[in-house]
Write a protein that binds this ligand. Structure first.
Ligand SMILES: [Zn+2]
Length: 511
């Protein structure tokens, strides 16, 4: 009898103990979207099990994709810690974004309130809204976890469980999978802080459409306070682009799930306002306008560039990106890759996939060249990348010169390989070599690319990416039978290209 009871205890109790202990090795958060007051959301969490005398709690100063301090800690108030008996434990605010919590090992619960970063796209400043959060009670919530959730510097790389209390009619649109605990509570897990912050969520009465692109599930989620059935229209537009991107990327997309979260604010004023931020598995798009007519077009452009980020940085990135420091980030020198190559794919894909004509492609090159001339091109792209926080005025050149460097690299690779290899193949090779969980060393990338391509490519990077030599657009476009008139900025095809030029053009843009 005794033995039977013991056995019973062993089988029933022990798994529970294991579960209880396991659950203490993560942050467990409660976010209440139902009982908000003064536009503030109540947040509380239990820290992971620890033996620490004290800990430094951090809310990000900035997030990936932004190069200016955004100080998300500024939205946090009434920060308090208590032990298991509800007794207060001392905390001190160290600066805008960090708090010192004493006697951390005895802290049972930490609670605070969070104000939203924007409640209308209308208001005043030019400040980017996309990485902030927005709450409209009983209507819509755009949540970027960097403004609601933090971490202890002493306890990083730990999973998160988030319990969300919400209106029973609300649906969570996100790249992460939310499960419903009951009609008012959702639960979501993230493997670490980086993944949580990288996965925003749109909470509202759903207007959603799912697409299947190869094996990838794509969620298109739309919010507007008047129009409640628009996601299908947008999804149809995006689908064509995504299918072409799939073909361009060799037939398979390197993600299982992707989400487009689109918030659209109606306005009586003329013109439109757009803001957005890409993430590894999702994109947030914020728009404000008097008419929805422009939306499909605007979204097409955004979808194309942002979705290509599933290649880089998602699957090709350095340690600086993988171990992003949310308080004092160290900038990577490879923005030429993350933004430049992404933007190059965005202009190369339509011509390669025959979505646009040769003339339209020439126009897009002319726009890039014209755009590049607006910037100071005496900077090396690696230098500029390292200093992107200080050189905000030059940052946008990664979408101009960065894309054109991609174009020159593509032509050079095609030339050296007799047409067999281009940047599409190079990115595939790099994705295979690294992938989502494995990063490259900042200083080794150019040598690594040289190893899997040609010795001449090292010179290319030395001259045009690390160095400050003007990119050889005229010379390279000529190799593919194009004339670039440096005086007028016009790009045209040669009237009588030779066979070599035609072969390279065919390999490069399939025309
Ligand atoms: Zn981008």
């Amino acid at each position: 009898m005794n033995t039977i009871i013991k056995l019973f205890f062993l089988t029933v109790i022990i798994p529970n103990i294991i579960i209880a202990q396991k659950s203490k090795n993560n942050y467990e958060y409660n976010i209440d979207l139902l009982h908000i007051s003064n536009d503030e959301v109540r947040v509380s969490f239990a820290p992971p099990r620890n033996t620490l005398q004290h800990g430094k709690f951090i809310i990000p100063k900035l997030v990936p994709g932004f190069y200016q301090a955004m100080n998300f800690g500024q939205y946090v108030s009434n920060f308090a810690a208590t032990d298991k008996n509800g007794k207060k434990i001392l905390t001190e605010r160290l600066d805008k974004n960090s708090w010192l919590v004493h006697d951390l090992k005895h802290v049972h619960k930490i609670s605070y309130q969070v104000a939203d970063g924007w409640d209308s796209l209308k208001n005043d400043t030019q400040e980017a809204k996309s990485p902030g959060s927005m709450f409209i009670k009983d209507s819509v919530f755009v949540i970027n976890y960097n403004s609601l959730v933090g971490y202890f510097e002493e306890m990083k790389d730990i999973p998160y469980q988030i319990n969300i209390t919400k209106n029973k009619d609300f649906y969570a649109s996100s790249a992460l999978d939310y499960t419903q605990k009951n009609k008012n509570t959702d639960i979501v897990w993230a493997k670490d802080y980086r993944q949580l912050v990288d996965s925003p969520v749109l909470y509202c009465v759903p207007d959603t459409t799912w697409l299947k692109i190869g094996h990838t599930e794509v969620l298109v989620s739309f919010y507007n306070n008047k129009e409640r059935h628009y996601s299908k229209t947008i999804a149809r537009e995006i689908e064509n682009i995504l299918k072409n991107q799939q073909a361009y990327l060799g037939g398979t997309l390197p993600v299982n799930k992707y989400a487009f979260l689109i918030y659209y604010e109606s306005s009586n004023e003329k013109g439109f306002l757009g803001d957005g931020l890409e993430h590894s598995h999702s994109t947030v798009c914020l728009y404000r306008s008097g008419s929805m007519k422009f939306l499909p077009n605007a979204l097409n452009r955004v979808a194309s560039h942002e979705f290509f980020h599933i290649v880089t940085p998602l699957n090709i990135h350095s340690g600086e990106i993988q171990h992003y420091d949310f308080l004092n980030p160290v900038m990577s020198k490879h923005l030429w890759l993350y933004e430049g190559m992404t933007e190059y794919a965005t202009i190369h894909m339509p011509v390669k996939q025959k979505m646009i004509s040769l003339e339209e492609f020439e126009k897009s090159l002319e726009e890039k060249i014209h755009g590049m001339k607006e910037f100071d091109n005496k900077f090396s792209l690696t230098e500029l990348s390292k200093n992107s926080m200080e050189r905000q005025d030059q940052y946008m050149n990664f979408y101009q010169k960065g894309a054109l460097v991609g174009l020159c690299l593509d032509i050079r690779l095609r030339e050296l390989s007799g047409g067999k290899m281009g940047t599409q193949d190079l990115m595939q090779l790099l994705m295979k070599k690294y992938g989502e969980g494995k990063y490259f060393n900042e200083d080794d990338l150019f040598d690594e690319i040289t190893k899997i391509t040609y010795p001449e490519i090292r010179t290319f990077f030395r001259d045009f990416v690390e160095g400050t030599q003007p990119i050889p657009l005229k010379e390279y476009l000529e190799k593919a039978g194009f004339n670039y008139d440096e005086a007028t900025g016009k790009v045209t095809t040669f009237p009588n290209p030779d066979l070599k030029q035609l072969a390279l053009r065919k390999a490069w843009i399939n025309q």
